[in-house]
Design a protein around this ligand. Structure first.
Ligand SMILES: Cc1cc2nc3c(=O)[nH]c(=O)nc-3n(C[C@H](O)[C@H](O)[C@H](O)COP(=O)(O)OP(=O)(O)OC[C@H]3O[C@@H](n4cnc5c(N)ncnc54)[C@H](O)[C@@H]3O)c2cc1C
Length: 395
């Protein structure tokens, strides 16, 4: 198949990797239809920003607060994103908490190495920028969960939860492991792993191998506390000598937190996001938070009691750890919410890059779960989308 004859492509997921794939396909000259299917309200995935129609100044980066580029060669999409005003160099200061309360300015974990960037005006602008590079000629379907997949007469078919046909396409891209990993059975109570079921009809050994390896990928969770402080309460936080505090292993064990980010809002308020440690999140996996997309999809009844307990525990840890730098970090009267990320970070080794492109089944994988530079980070998501686009266009 020639480059222009690639045909239609259905991409499941509008996180960084799915959006990078769409952008790179267009930059490489792909003219065919691209449709994006995303269960969230907009693009972003784990690099999204919480906003509110009722409160336009509210803007909280509740997943990734920044991203870093560690390899010598930048992803191709980085420069267009910078020159388009979608991202900017990260202007903040990172510090590390070591043990109980020893502060080291300028030190971080692997997320702070290399050159740091953030979405300009919110992390969700990274994906908005990628989609603007993809041009107008793609269809985005937000608020839509793809539940079933089938291969029929040489076309991929995507179905919703009620088995309604959503679309047919010549190529399918999965930018998330959700439809390929047994965890979907645990989360949603499904009896099948959708891609595995569809693959049974394909007899594609490479795809079967990829599915076996994907099934072995484990993930770490995070329970994040989002706090919005009014201008007076937020002032001392704004004056801290750091805007991101990373916790080393001993500090994580001591406090149950992994990092704190301080995000001043345009109207004088200040948002603070406390990311829990993996161990804390693992102990509270069944507490989703009122705003959880999964809880809404599953129509779970709100469990205010358990949620309040988790919020109270994270609040107490945040107040206690910040006490040496803030005279009265009393968060009791502030607005607080819980955001649980069930699969925040994939654990190595991930899916080997040579298995991402299954030409026989006309299927590709991208996402931060692909092994290689940037694994488990936005850098990896960006690079995997670019890489898959190149492989598709070389057909
Ligand atoms: C709390 C937290 C902090 C982080 N901090 C950093 C950091 O500092 N630096 C960094 O580089 N990275 C960080 N990360 C990791 C970073 O966010 C991810 O590596 C990156 O966003 C992954 O992008 P992706 O496209 O691979 O996946 P995702 O963002 O997960 O995108 C996949 C999308 O697919 C959608 N989807 C999945 N299945 C379906 C379906 N069946 N139907 C419809 N839609 C579907 C999902 O809703 C999702 O939007 C952090 C992550 C979290 C959670």
């Amino acid at each position: 198949m020639s480059r222009l004859g690639l045909g239609s492509i259905a991409v499941i997921g509008a996180g960084v990797s799915g959006c990078a794939l769409a952008a790179q396909l267009r930059l490489l000259g792909h003219q065919g239809p691209i449709s994006l299917w995303e269960t969230g309200r907009g693009p972003g995935g784990r690099a999204s920003t919480r906003r509110s129609r009722q409160d336009p100044a509210l803007r909280i980066d509740h997943g990734a607060p920044l991203f870093n580029i560690t390899a010598e060669t930048d992803p191709h999409l980085l420069q267009p994103l910078l020159s388009g005003g979608w991202i900017e160099p990260w202007p903040g200061v990172i510090a590390q908490l070591q043990g109980e309360s020893s502060l080291r300015l300028g030190q971080s974990d692997a997320m702070g190495l290399g050159t740091l960037y953030r979405g300009l005006g919110g992390m969700d602008h990274l994906c908005q920028g990628l989609l603007s590079l993809a041009g107008k000629a793609f269809e985005a379907h937000y608020g839509t969960l793809v539940r079933f997949l089938a291969w029929h007469d040489g076309l991929w078919q995507l179905y919703g939860p009620d088995r309604q046909l959503l679309c047919q396409a010549q190529w399918l891209v999965l930018s998330s492991t959700l439809l390929a990993h047994p965890r979907s059975r645990m989360i949603f109570g499904w009896h099948d792993v959708p891609l595995k079921e569809a693959a049974a009809a394909l007899a594609d050994l490479q795809l079967d191998h990829a599915l076996t390896l994907i099934a072995g990928i484990r993930t770490e969770a995070r329970s994040n506390l989002l706090v919005v402080l009014d201008p007076a309460a937020g002032q001392p936080w704004r004056e801290l000598p750091f805007s991101l505090l990373h916790f080393d292993a001993a500090a994580q064990q001591r406090w149950g937190l992994q990092q704190i980010t301080i995000q001043p809002l345009a109207d004088g308020r200040c948002a603070v996001v406390a990311h829990s440690s993996h161990a804390f999140a693992a102990d509270h996996l069944d507490v989703y938070g009122t705003h959880s997309a999964v809880a809404k999809m599953l129509q779970l009844p709100p469990d205010e009691g358990r949620q309040e307990t988790v919020i109270a525990a994270l609040t107490a840890a945040l107040e206690a750890v910040m006490a040496p730098w803030l005279s009265r970090p009393d968060l009791g009267s502030s607005e607080r919410q819980l955001m649980r990320w069930g699969a925040a970070f994939p654990l190595a080794p991930g899916l080997p890059a040579e298995l991402i492109f299954c030409a026989q089944s006309r299927l590709g994988f991208c996402g931060d779960f692909i092994a290689g530079v940037g694994f488990g980070r936005i850098e990896g998501a960006l690079r995997s989308g670019e890489n898959l686009a190149r492989q598709l266009c070389s057909q």
